[in-house]
Design a binder for this molecule. Structure first.
Ligand code: CA
Length: 486
């Protein structure tokens, strides 16, 4: 080949490549969105005013909800913390990778965590060029291999356990006292110092305010680097127990007389104040319009600790609607038209594929996601998962509470009674058992659920020794009882 010919071929190849690159850019001229997940802990369905709370007002959350899409049938993956968060991060039911219980608390964790075979959404977004941060409660493993910094998060500020006290002047005093007694390993983890990327820090603010401050630091830092969109997972531990609120926040609710409810309301209000600051910062840094904000709670509220799940039945821990249907909205001025009420069921499992698609990120090939990319259905206002089940399964020491929802119908079985069927779209309070009317559908749903249970694996951990012992002593999970045709 002559030199001239080679040059021509080289030029042609370069032009082809340029054309190709041009085409790729032309297809995606809109910048990828920032993604901000604001997760609260144990917040009840009726504990935001955009869902009609009679006594708690959440003006900042309401403004975002009303300018975005409010989801009235949004389900989390499990009615309590650990498995719910594991489902959110992995996009899969935790029963499929042995994470159907909470991790044991730090003093006895034994170096356990959510299996590394599960790629978190944070890793997928990080690999796609996102700047990623986790702030607040983790609860997915504490040793180095399970630490947020090793699970796709560039930044972590918060605590690795399942909860924390809120006033530093109180918890640091108790921590120091415990240390003086030589009890470093048995100090309650709610009293231990917070950390930043593995290093202990001295938090001086009410914890909810401290988490807001760190979220704003992260957002400002992200704004300095315009080349990289951000993914921020802001997991407030409010309004989870201990019930501890600032006086000024409780004073916002002079009409609430019940002390627990008043404190709880103050804790929710601190989150709302935080969201107000975050919105202000997003606007100041020019990022508000292209940030997808997703707000929800990790599970239902505890009425015995000041929460209200009205009109839903029961609360945290239950497979009735109050346990795992939570308040939720999405907000994104550039792409989502305001005042949308989305009534079709969605699952927190849907966030993984939805985020990955919006970010143009590649999901690992071996990964079998349990959720759906809901984006185009949301924009059209149609169901994102017609005919697709949403399962919930909570194990007790000698039975499993289970429920399956397909479209408007939900079949449920708990220790208190056999299978019942509700139209939870019309009857979210689960008052009117329609079993007689939907006998055929019920049998199909039970069969569907049993096939799903074949994908479950033995738990890899339990929240304490007693739970693990009882699981084995009682021959759990005893699915032959759960899914017996009846
Ligand atoms: Ca929780």
């Amino acid at each position: 080949m002559t030199h001239n010919k080679m040059t021509k071929m080289f030029v042609a190849t370069c032009l082809l490549a340029l054309n190709y690159i041009g085409a790729v850019f032309a297809e995606s001229t809109a910048p990828r969105p920032n993604i901000l997940v604001i997760l609260t802990d144990d917040q009840g369905y009726a504990d935001v005013s955009f869902n009609g709370s009679p006594d708690i007002h959440t003006p900042s959350l309401d403004k975002l909800a009303e300018d975005g899409a409010i989801f009235t049938s949004a389900y989390v993956v499990h009615p309590f913390c650990g498995p719910s968060r594991a489902g959110l991060m992995t996009g899969r039911y935790p029963h499929k990778f042995g994470s159907q219980f909470n991790l044991p608390s730090s003093n006895a964790s034994g170096g356990l965590g959510i299996p590394k075979s599960e790629t978190f959404i944070s890793t997928v977004l990080q690999d796609a060029g996102y700047y990623t941060g986790a702030i607040g409660k983790w609860h997915l493993g504490e040793t180095s291999e399970y630490h947020p910094n090793n699970r796709g998060f560039d930044e972590f500020y918060g605590f690795l356990n399942g909860g924390h006290s809120f006033f530093p002047e109180e918890f640091s005093k108790r921590y120091e006292h415990g240390k003086k007694q030589g009890r470093h390993h048995s100090i309650w983890h709610y009293h231990k110092p917070l950390e930043h990327n593995g290093k202990e820090v001295v938090e001086t603010e009410y914890v909810t305010d401290g988490l807001t401050r760190e979220a704003n630091k992260f957002i400002s830092k992200a704004a300095e680097n315009k080349q990289q969109p951000f993914f921020l997972y802001l997991a407030y531990n409010a309004p989870h127990t201990p019930l501890e609120a600032k006086q000024e926040d409780m004073d916002m609710f002079p009409n609430i007389k019940d002390e627990k409810r008043k404190t709880y309301a103050g804790m929710v209000y601190a989150v709302d104040r935080g969201v107000k600051d975050i919105v202000k910062n997003l606007k100041a840094t020019g990022q508000f319009d292209n940030t997808l904000i997703v707000f929800f709670s990790d599970n239902g509220g505890r009425p015995d600790k000041g929460a209200n799940n009205y009109p839903l039945k029961e609360g945290k821990g239950s497979v009735q609607e109050g346990g795992y249907r939570t308040p939720m909205f999405m907000h994104w001025p550039d792409a989502l038209k305001g005042s949308t009420q989305y009534k079709h069921p969605i699952s927190a499992l849907d966030l993984y594929p939805t985020f990955a698609a919006l970010a143009g990120a590649e999901v690992p090939k071996h990964k079998k996601l349990d959720g759906k990319d809901i984006w185009s259905a949301l924009q059209k206002g149609v169901s994102a998962r017609p005919g697709e089940p949403i399962y919930v399964m909570r194990h007790h020491n000698d039975n499993s509470d289970v429920a399956i929802r397909i479209d408007d119908l939900k079949a449920i079985k708990t220790k208190e009674g056999g299978w019942r069927v509700y139209d939870v779209q019309k009857d979210p309070a689960e008052k009117n058992n329609l079993r007689d009317k939907y006998q055929v559908q019920l049998q199909e749903m039970i069969a569907n659920f049993e096939v799903w249970s074949w994908t479950n694996v033995e738990p890899l951990f339990f929240h304490d020794q007693k739970a693990g012992y009882e699981w084995r002593a009682n021959g759990m999970p005893r699915f032959h009882e759960t899914f017996k045709r009846d």
